[in-house]
Design a binder for this molecule. Structure first.
Ligand SMILES: [Zn+2]
Length: 461
């Protein structure tokens, strides 16, 4: 059952909190309040909430807490929750070749378990909106997209499900094995059905669909072109992996006679309705093209480090005006599965370029909130704490032993250990309390994921 929005006339008051709104002026309050009315933010400001408020069902004294917008995850592969800890020391292409045969044996039941594991890890680390790029659809796998969506809705996470695809297998010069890919026509039909069945374009939407052919080395040129046409006809967004590794760049040059960004441009894949994961190997011209067209980037620092892919030029992208958000990426290449820790990892990894101001704590928080909201096309509805926006909020406890001596609460979040999550509101509902899910028993999820991982590992190839 999907989590329902709270009654529209019901108020929740949060007071005495440090607040980082991440609005256009980076407004912060050392001791302020946020009022939630129904599923939206009614007001935010300095000092206590107005005294006249009625129908207050909950009043939170958030002394010692930092309130931020809920974090937004722009790239993930939920199904990988049950294939973590494998191929530990490989670059991307070798890692993919090692894992494809296992992934090609998944089905809807296993994906349901894995999606709950991934969504739980996101919620427990402050994420209120996530996208998930699912691109493995074995022939006898059942209703995988439906299972994934149902799993996420039970936990109450705001969701963009990406109907992914692969149609370029080994026999066509691609990387995936032949049995792991689908036929182009079947992909387009299933993509259109997914949009018709699930996509909710309303401002309050808890579920959107985008189309997401997997990568230049696993999909045909025709699939890229026709997916873009379909997405634009249906009014949904487009996503793929781009410029992740040096090997991908070499692959594109050999097969298409140009680098990944030029290739994407040639097939209509640059634009405000497109975002790409990684974008590590980008030259000045690539960054300029992303900026000119408003093409977004999902920066995945931990995954890039895990696969030794390199360091994305995030400071240069931001300076050029490229929309950038953060992503966990699939948990087979980022076993932690936490989005909150990506703030710190993004900050640290980008400073390895040698510039101490490459990414500040507040810029890291902005990437993880408004940056992600913009990349998902939802910046008018989520990503900052402003009156009228959806009530997606994280209350971080920063007065405990790990954080009480850090002078600045935003630095406590972006430079310190990930603070305990006191409450996480999604759409006005408290879906995490004291670090635990409120919607589904998380011990049951843990057991189901362990069983699913064992079952998948034991399936014959
Ligand atoms: Zn990925």
């Amino acid at each position: 059952m999907a989590v329902q929005p709270p009654p529209a006339d019901q108020r929740i008051v949060i007071e005495n909190a440090a607040i980082a709104t991440v609005d256009a002026h980076d407004t912060e309050y050392a001791r302020g309040h946020v009022v939630i009315l129904g599923n939206r933010i009614e007001s935010v400001g300095n000092g206590p909430a107005p005294a006249w408020l009625d129908n207050v069902v909950r009043r939170i004294n958030a002394e010692g807490h930092l309130v931020t917008p809920g974090l937004v995850n722009t790239h993930h592969h939920f199904y990988q929750w049950i294939t973590r800890g494998l191929a530990q020391d490989n670059i991307l292409f070798d890692w993919l070749v090692a894992l494809y045969p296992t992934w090609a044996r998944i089905d809807d039941r296993l994906v349901h378990a894995a999606a709950q594991g991934s969504a739980a890890a996101l919620l427990k680390s402050g994420c209120t909106t996530a996208s998930d790029h699912h691109y493995v659809f074995p022939k006898d796998g059942g209703d995988i997209l439906g299972a994934e969506i149902e799993a996420v809705q039970e936990l109450g996470l705001r969701f963009t499900a990406l109907r992914g695809s692969m149609d370029r297998s080994k026999k066509d010069g691609g990387l995936p094995p032949d049995h792991a890919v689908e036929e182009l026509d079947a992909i387009l039909t299933a993509s259109e059905e997914a949009v018709d069945r699930y996509h909710d374009a309303s401002a309050d939407s808890m579920l959107q669909i985008a189309l997401a052919p997997c990568s230049p080395f696993s999909v045909s040129t025709r699939l890229l072109r026709e997916s873009a046409e379909l997405a634009r006809r249906k009014g949904v967004r487009l996503h793929t992996h781009g410029s992740e590794t040096a090997e991908e760049e070499a692959f594109c040059k050999e097969l298409f006679g140009m680098g990944p960004t030029d290739y994407f441009e040639s097939v209509g894949w640059l634009g405000e309705d497109v975002w790409m994961a990684h974008c590590v190997h980008m030259n000045d011209s690539d960054i300029a093209k992303f900026a000119e067209t408003g093409t977004g980037v999902a920066h995945c620092p931990s995954s890039n480090a895990r696969l030794a892919a390199g360091i994305a030029r995030v400071p240069d992208m931001l300076a050029a005006g490229v929309p950038v958000g953060l992503g966990v990426d699939g948990t087979a290449s980022n076993e932690s599965g936490e989005l909150g820790t990506e703030l710190r990892n993004a900050l640290l990894i980008n400073r390895l370029h040698g510039t101490p101001t490459a990414l500040t704590a507040r810029q890291a928080l902005r990437l993880g909130t408004m940056g992600g909201a913009r990349v998902l096309g939802r910046h008018n509805e989520i990503g900052s704490i402003e009156a009228g926006k959806l009530a997606d909020l994280a209350l971080w406890k920063v007065d405990g032993i790990m954080h009480s001596s850090i002078a600045d609460p935003v630095a406590a979040l972006a430079l310190g250990a990930l603070p305990p999550l006191a409450v996480l509101f999604v759409n006005g509902n408290a879906v995490v309390e004291n670090g635990r899910l409120t919607t589904v028993n998380e011990d049951r999820i843990a057991q189901a994921c362990a069983r699913a991982a064992k079952e998948l590992a034991a399936r014959p190839i």
